[in-house]
Design a protein around this ligand. Structure first.
Ligand code: FEO
Length: 391
């Protein structure tokens, strides 16, 4: 296997996972994902995060090959989610003298997952340093980006930030590892989808992490998923700053749940009215067809959202309920919104969308449009107001 050197003695030893269908058994991976692990072969040798178990059958051999008979002194555990930590047990069995470098929030999890006692742990606190020889590692505790124990490791010598999930992306690394080797337009959507699906709920903690990193020179970002940023690390930071501040682009997402096509006709009608007003970014999604992961990504991206649901057992359609549940959990902010729906008996779609939307504290631009039976232009007159004010 070709060695990939990031900087002095710092090696990329990650892997692509193109087999898994659902990340966290929830989020689709049509373009795969990479698990990035890094090995610093300095005077003292340190591994920074591991991989998902079973994702790289020659992982230990790759480490041994780089170390050329030397011991591994430290394993830095920035994050305990098993896509990065589930090889920790294997590393300990191969290098029984190793010290696990972690903060105290990770202790219970290390014990629960691997039976690791505090004797094997080198505890680090915010701002602590670990001297490897050439490289001097500093630890930045960044809780809830996106688990309670998450931290980042900063190499003060070469200004490398090992950021774990932060600045990560879905999408496998297809030969190109570094940001100057990739076509970023391919990755931008997958990077935002990763952010909105995995990290976005904790946007306020991302902002706190940024505050801690203020003034710290960063030449290279080594995240745990997706490209390594060595040419434009500021670009990755600017995107995360924008997304975590809930800054959006001009555009409208229309998501609908329709049983027999009436609510879908309403979605197409309002989409056309919006297009006639000169708005070109309009995305219409059938929630029964498109996985919520992709709809959430576009809702995070764009300023406005319009939700429509047929009545189903006198409430909203179950697939729209799924989208609303995820929206409530992940909590994208500062949206303009409107609602619509159709029914055959006594309503239910709009009736249950209203209290959901009120909980989101978004800005309602016009009253909901609700109709019985087949849509007609007359019944849909209210869409004129929605189209006029949605952006
Ligand atoms: Fe990539 Fe939170 O694990």
């Amino acid at each position: 296997m070709k060695k990939i050197v990031i900087s002095n003695k710092v090696h990329y030893i990650g892997v692509n996972d193109r087999k898994k269908n659902l990340f966290e058994n929830n989020w689709p991976l049509p373009n795969g994902v990479s698990y990035n692990s890094y090995l610093i072969a300095d005077k003292k040798c340190a591994l920074v995060d591991t991989l998902e178990f079973g994702s790289k059958d020659d992982y230990i051999e790759v480490i041994e090959d780089i170390l050329e008979g030397r011991d591994l002194d430290y394993l830095v555990v920035n994050h305990m989610e098993p896509d990065h930590s589930s090889m920790v047990g294997w590393i300990i069995r191969r290098y029984p003298q190793i010290k696990i470098v972690a903060n105290n929030k990770a202790f219970k999890m290390l014990e629960a997952y691997f039976g690791i006692s505090t004797d094997s742990i080198h505890e680090v606190k915010d701002g602590d340093t670990l001297d490897l020889g050439y490289h001097k590692l500093n630890f930045v505790i960044t809780p809830w980006v996106h688990w309670p124990e998450t931290m980042m490791t900063y190499d003060a010598t070469d200004s490398i930030l090992f950021s774990c999930d932060a600045f990560g992306s879905f999408g496998s690394l297809d030969g190109a590892i570094f940001d100057d080797e990739i076509n970023f337009s391919y990755y931008e959507d997958e990077m935002r989808r990763y952010y909105s699906n995995i990290v976005g709920k904790y946007s306020h903690m991302v902002q706190k992490a940024f505050a801690k990193l203020k003034g710290v020179p960063v030449s290279i970002i080594c995240p745990s998923h997706g490209p390594v940023w060595r040419k434009e690390p500021q670009k990755a930071m600017a995107l995360y700053d924008k997304w975590s501040k809930h800054e959006s682009e001009e555009g409208v997402v229309i998501a609908f749940a329709s049983m027999y096509g009436n609510t879908e006709k309403m979605a197409d009608y309002v989409a056309r009215l919006i297009a006639e007003r000169g708005i070109s970014n309009i995305r219409v999604y059938d929630v029964s067809k498109t996985h919520v992961s992709f709809i959430l990504n576009d809702i995070w991206k764009y300023k406005a959202v319009i939700l429509g649901s047929s009545a189903y057992n006198a409430v909203m359609h179950p697939m729209m309920q799924h989208l609303c549940n995820e929206l409530e959990i992940l909590n994208p902010k500062d949206k303009n919104y409107a609602l619509f729906g159709s029914f055959s008996w006594s309503g239910g779609g709009v009736k249950t969308l209203v209290p959901f939307a009120e909980k989101m504290s978004w800005n309602m631009v016009a009253p909901p449009v609700e109709l019985m039976g087949a849509p007609t232009e007359e019944k849909m007159e209210g869409f004129m107001e929605i189209a006029k004010h949605i952006l």
